[in-house]
Design a protein around this ligand. Structure first.
Ligand code: URA
Length: 254
C-alpha cells in the first residue's frame, strides 16, 4: 500500500495534507523519515510512526454508536451533521453506517468499513433482529398487539413479518413498548404503529444483531466492538434473546 493512502485511511489528513506531512519529514517507516508519498509500505509489518507516535493499522473497524437525535445516518452530507462525523479522529474515509436510523431516532448504530459484514447484516434474507424502545402516544389494546405481532399491512407489497411486542410498565403516564423486528423497512416502527392508529413519540434502538447498546454510552458517544461482540454479530445471533439474557430490556429507562 502507498504510504499516503495508509495515512489517509488512518485519518491523519486528506490526501494533500498527508503528502505535505510526508514531505515535511514527520512520518517514519521503520525509523527512517519517508520522503515520498508513493513509498510502498506493508501496513501489518512495517513500523510506521507519525511525529514519533507509532500508528496501528486495522483493515476493518467496528464501532457501536449511541446515535443522538438530529444527526443523519450517512457518511457525508452537505447540510446536515452525519453519524460518521461523530467519530472525530476515528472517522476514516471508508467508514459508513450499517443501516440507518431516522434523524429523530436514537440508539444503536453500527459504523464500520466492512462492506461484506454490513451487507450480510442488512440483507432482507438474514432477518437480523433489531429491538426498539418506543414511547407511544397512547397504550396498545390486546388486538393491536396481536396485529403488530402477526404482521400487518403498512402499504408494502407484503405484510410485515411476525415480530415480538412487550408492553412496559406505564411510568408517569407514558406508554412504552419493546418491539423486536426481524426486518428493516423504511420508517418501519413508525408505520407499524400508525397502522394500529397510534403514534411513536420517541424511538430508540436498543439492540441490533444480537448485541445490546452499551448503557454506558451517552448519546453521541461510541466505542469499538469487543472481539466477543464482533463474533456475535458475525454469527448473526438473534437480538431479542441476547438482549433479554443480559437484562437490557428491564434496565432501559423510558
Ligand atoms: N423504524 C423507524 O420508524 N425509524 C427508524 O429509524 C428505525 C425503525
Amino acid at each position: 500500500m502507498r504510504l499516503d493512502r495508509f495515512l489517509c485511511e488512518l485519518n491523519i489528513g486528506s490526501r494533500n495534507q498527508v503528502k505535505a506531512l510526508i514531505r515535511q519529514g514527520t512520518v517514519t517507516v521503520t525509523g527512517v523519515p519517508a520522503t515520498s508519498p508513493e513509498t510502498k509500505v506493508d501496513p501489518f509489518r512495517d513500523e510506521i510512526a507519525f511525529r514519533g507516535e507509532k500508528l496501528h493499522y486495522r483493515k476493518f473497524v467496528y464501532y457501536m454508536l449511541n446515535k443522538p437525535e438530529g444527526v443523519v445516518s450517512a457518511s457525508r452530507d452537505d447540510r446536515e451533521r452525519t453519524v460518521v462525523s461523530l467519530l472525530g479522529r476515528d472517522a476514516r474515509e471508508d467508514i459508513f453506517p450499517a443501516g440507518r436510523l431516522d434523524k429523530d431516532v436514537t440508539g444503536f448504530l453500527l459504523l464500520t468499513n466492512d462492506g461484506e459484514l454490513a451487507h450480510r447484516l442488512l440483507s432482507p434474507k438474514r432477518h437480523v433482529d433489531k429491538t426498539y424502545l418506543a414511547v407511544l402516544e397512547h397504550g396498545l389494546s390486546e388486538e393491536d398487539i396481536h396485529r403488530l405481532e402477526s404482521g400487518l399491512d403498512i402499504g408494502e407489497e407484503r405484510p410485515t413479518l411476525p415480530c415480538k411486542v412487550r408492553v412496559l410498565e406505564e411510568k408517569q403516564g407514558k406508554h412504552a413498548i419493546l418491539l423486536t423486528l426481524h426486518e428493516g423497512k423504511f420508517h418501519q416502527v413508525k408505520r407499524m404503529l400508525q397502522a394500529v392508529d397510534n403514534q411513536v413519540v420517541r424511538l430508540k434502538r436498543i439492540a441490533f444483531g444480537g448485541l445490546q447498546l452499551d448503557p454506558l454510552l451517552e448519546p453521541g458517544e461510541y466505542r469499538e466492538l469487543t472481539d466477543r461482540e464482533l463474533e456475535i454479530l458475525k454469527a448473526g445471533s438473534t437480538g431479542c434473546q441476547a438482549a433479554e439474557e443480559e437484562g437490557t430490556e428491564s434496565g432501559e429507562s423510558v
